[in-house]
Design a protein around this ligand. Structure first.
Ligand code: ATP
Length: 591
């Protein structure tokens, strides 16, 4: 099981740039953010006005002056109703910017995922990406919804209180200003510890998320091998690590709030003390003293809230780092100029001096070949020599390390990946069958109605087994074709592909795991497909590889030979050996 990886440190400039990008995500909803903050400030003003009234009335009562309690009552009611109305209005604008920004980010993830069919060159695992897209982006709500608004509120509210205090009790204002830097100082003081705790929290969070997705995907396999309990235990261990790091984080957050509270109480206490002295010396009225004491906490509260938010923002920055690192690395792949449209009729794929490496591991070496429409072009070679990798390069899921891939005469590097994928259909036994009828599954590839489809199947002599099923073409296939035999399932996948009428087909091990009779039936589907398209046929079954029109054979040294199978058989001993070994094994199996 993987050890918790220590995340890299984020530099100050990177942090700044990340927060700037996050803020830019809000786009036009920045207006809502300002509006919500402004309405929050109006609400704050009504509270300040209420404090003023309360201070006045208490002072008058104390000094035994004549007061009109009815007027006071109605003034307070009006202020409260106004404050309530403003709060209701503010709700309309709260959270909209956050929702917009998060939706945008999720959409970008979704588009990138779809565009790359879940295949990425760099080291981010699919589980990682899913964890970020499904939960990670939502954690940014604390930044968009809380931190940004609370920092705006801090500016508005503190400036208001400071102006009022400067008018009624300037010394108090001075004390506030002196106390003010202690809050950021306390944050800086705790930052090192906070970063460490946050990094640990973050690493365990990703670990537990990834492990959960991976275990969930492999649940059946775990049951089959009776190791579900062992895996459950290791998952519980990771979950416990996550719980402990969450508790540590919460404890730390409480502590840091405690420090900030300390600064706040000292500030209020010291300034209150001087205010009482000023009252005693007749420099401050009782009403002003009361008003000052009531609003003093209003100065420190938003600063304290922002200070608390700083710790949350650190966590958000880490998430933003993951999000943008991933999106940027994908953008890097997509950023070549993609101005060209592909021609409708693609008659040839040309691989020109094509090489590919995963990191420094060279997989494909200098392949030059022309694959023509109307032919079956086989790719053969032992396991792990790069056949599927070549299929991914043709679909533009990967980018060549060297060389070019041309469709007719167009370099696909200059064409948008979606356009390439509209031309190419990758067909493998892993292609999915939906839990509906055979007919519904076939209609994914065609607009033919049922009668037209049945006529077409009859004319091409395809899916003959369907007639023998009690409900014919309306038979339900079960989840991913579970109610069919593997051969029937693969025939439906092939027929559906044929109906889609694409220019380029890649059949990857489509004839594997079936008996020899079905193997030939499936190969006939592939032949039929090749009548009108470019067909790349990847297979371990040499019996069929030698029936192809041309073959690209890759040997163990990753050298390649292209030619008619019979000629390659004569000239390349490794190819001949592979064919003969397989023939021998087949013969033994059928003895
Ligand atoms: N995403 C990846 N990152 C790094 N290495 C990879 C990745 N995908 C595949 N490889 C490696 O590249 C090599 C070629 O893999 P590929 O799947 O193309 O082989 P293949 O010829 O299709 O094998 P098989 O016949 O078993 O399907 C293998 O050694 C594999 O371990």
């Amino acid at each position: 099981m993987e050890q918790t990886k220590k995340p890299e440190k984020i530099s100050r400039s990177r942090r700044k740039a990340l927060l700037k990008r996050l803020k830019a995500e809000i786009g036009i909803y920045q207006r809502d953010l300002y509006l919500a903050a402004f309405l929050g400030w109006l609400q704050f003003l009504t509270r300040i006005a209420s404090f003023y009234l309360i201070a006045q009335i208490i002072a008058q009562l104390f000094l035994e002056k004549k007061i009109n309690i009815g007027v006071f009552f109605w003034q307070l009611v009006i202020l409260s109703v106004f404050g309530f109305g403003v709060a209701l209005l503010a709700r309309k604008y709260q959270g909209t910017a956050s929702q917009y920004a998060r939706n945008n980010l999720k959409q970008r993830f979704f588009e990138v995922f779809q565009k790359h069919s879940g295949e990425f060159e760099h080291k981010t695992s699919v589980a990682d990406i899913l964890t970020i897209a499904s939960q990670g982006i939502d954690t940014l709500d604390t930044y968009f919804n809380r931190y940004l608004t609370s920092s705006l509120r801090t500016y508005f509210n503190c400036a208001t209180v400071l102006v009022i205090v400067a008018i009624i009790f300037p010394l108090g204002g001075l004390i506030f200003l002196i106390c003010l830097p202690f809050i950021p100082i306390s944050i800086v003081f705790m930052q090192k510890r906070s970063r460490k705790i946050m990094q640990h929290y973050w690493a365990t969070y990703m670990d537990v998320g990834n492990l959960f997705i991976d275990d969930l995907k492999g649940m059946n396999t775990l049951y089959t091998y009776n190791v579900d309990e062992k895996y459950a235990k290791s998952f519980v261990k990771k979950a416990e690590q996550f719980r402990l790091s969450t508790m540590e984080l919460l404890k730390f957050q409480l502590q840091s709030v405690g420090y900030m509270d300390g600064v706040m109480y000292i500030g209020v206490g010291v300034s209150g003390f001087f205010a009482v002295l000023a009252l005693a010396h007749g420099q401050l009225s009782l009403a002003s003293l009361l008003f000052f004491v009531l609003i003093a906490a209003e100065f420190f509260a938003p600063i304290r809230e922002s200070g608390y938010g700083m710790h949350l923002v650190m966590m958000n920055t880490r998430m933003a780092d993951r999000i943008y690192s991933f999106l940027d690395s994908v953008d890097e792949i997509d950023k070549e100029v993609k101005t060209e449209n592909l021609e409708d009729d693609i008659k040839q794929i040309e691989l020109k001096n094509l090489s590919f490496s995963y990191d420094n591991n060279e997989i494909l070496k200098k392949i030059t070949v022309k694959i023509k429409k109307g032919n079956i072009f086989a790719i053969a070679g032992e396991s792990g020599l790069g056949k599927t990798t070549l299929a991914k390069l043709i679909q533009k899921q990967l980018k060549p390390t060297e060389g070019e891939i041309l469709f007719n005469t167009q370099d696909i590097a200059k064409v948008d990946v979606q356009m390439v994928q509209q031309k190419v259909l990758y067909v493998s036994p892993d292609s999915y069958l939906f839990n509906t009828s055979i007919y519904e599954n076939l209609t994914l590839g065609t607009t033919k109605n049922k009668k037209e489809l049945l006529d077409w199947l009859k004319e091409k002599n395809l899916l003959a087994f369907v007639d023998k099923l009690p409900e014919g073409i309306d038979t339900r296939v079960g989840e991913n074709g579970k109610l069919l035999s593997p051969g029937q399932r693969q025939q439906i996948i092939c027929a559906r592909a044929l109906l889609a009428q694409r220019s380029i087909y890649i059949f990857d091990e489509m004839t594997s795991s079936v008996d020899s009779e079905t193997e030939q039936i499936l190969f006939d589907y592939i032949k039929l497909t090749a009548e009108n398209a470019i067909v790349v046929f990847i297979s371990h079954k040499m019996r069929q590889v030698i029936q192809a029109d041309e073959v690209l054979f890759i040997n163990k040294k990753r050298e390649n030979t292209v030619g008619q199978p019979q000629k390659v058989l004569e000239s390349v001993s490794e190819f001949k050996q592979l064919v003969e070994t397989q023939n021998r094994l087949e013969a033994i199996l059928h003895e």
